[in-house]
Design a binder for this molecule. Structure first.
Ligand code: SF4
Length: 267
């Protein structure tokens, strides 16, 4: 094992032979390395597949309990468990069964969730429900996408449940007949310009000046867009009128003032 490794993940079901799993555990014990036991629908032991017929929640749960007990019998406690299936409901149920029986830390996620909106929704529903039930100690969002997107989605899930506050929470209106601006374009530009900000702030970006400020009263800062301009507002009060070209920059400057950050802190 390389110097500097703090933890490894193994899927005992894939390794097959118990003696090999034991050897890894003994080595990890010597080096003080933590192990994540992975139990996946694709790596279930044969006997469990035969017993249950398919990788259902009960089969995943039984496999996770089986390996946890073995690790503890071998005197190894520096581990956590991840039970992952691509079926959201089976995944939730398996994790619920495990959390109901033991206090062993759980790493949660929906494996092979896919890509785009469907993958994000699947992950958010599965992880979100478990976290809401108080289950899960670490989280992984698995998407067919850039790892940066996975991290962004994970933060958004934690943020929406009030478990983490980091960076801007952008609230944008659903748009209606009153809209006077290309709102998706503005939101995208603002998100891009402000993505380095880590101070937790609520920023509203609304499509018109008529109802915007009232609708975004809870926000720290915001833009109420008109045709070719926007009112910049702070804590529900308009403070400055800016042109369409200036709005993202004006908001950035105000956010920096609020967060105490400065341009030099940009990553
Ligand atoms: S802020 Fe204006 S454009 Fe957006 S939904 Fe409300 S009324 Fe419609």
């Amino acid at each position: 094992m390389e110097k500097g490794v703090h933890g490894i993940r193994i899927n005992p079901g894939n390794i097959g032979k118990e003696e090999i799993v034991r050897e890894i555990v003994e080595e990890a014990k010597k080096k003080g390395v933590a192990i994540r036991i992975g139990v996946n629908s694709g790596s279930l032991e044969k006997d469990l597949l035969e017993k249950y017929g398919y990788p259902c929640a009960e089969a995943l749960f039984e496999s996770a309990i089986r390996w946890s007990e073995k690790f503890e019998k071998w005197g190894f406690y520096n581990f956590k468990v991840s039970i992952k299936g691509s079926d959201v409901l089976e995944n939730i149920k398996a994790n619920q069964l495990f959390a109901g029986q033991t206090d062993i830390p759980l790493h949660i996620g929906i494996t092979e969730a896919g890509m785009g909106t469907k993958g994000i929704v699947k992950s958010s529903v599965g992880i979100g429900i478990l976290l809401y039930m108080g289950i899960g100690d670490t989280v992984r969002v698995s998407l067919t996408d850039d790892p940066e997107v996975e991290v962004e989605v994970a933060y958004a899930i934690l943020q929406s449940l009030g478990l983490r506050r980091r960076g801007l929470e952008i609230i944008s209106c659903p748009t209606c007949g009153r809209i006077e601006v290309d709102l998706p374009k503005v939101v995208k530009e603002v998100e891009e310009k402000l993505k380095h900000i880590e101070t937790p702030l609520k920023v509203a970006i609304m499509g018109c000046v008529v109802n915007a400020i009232g609708e975004a009263r809870e926000a720290d800062l915001g833009l109420a867009c008109g045709r070719g301009f926007a009112w910049l507002f702070r804590e529900g009060k308009p403070i400055k009128k800016v042109s369409e070209e200036e709005m993202a920059q004006a908001l950035l400057e105000e956010v920096l003032k609020c967060s105490g950050a400065h341009e030099g802190s940009q990553r």
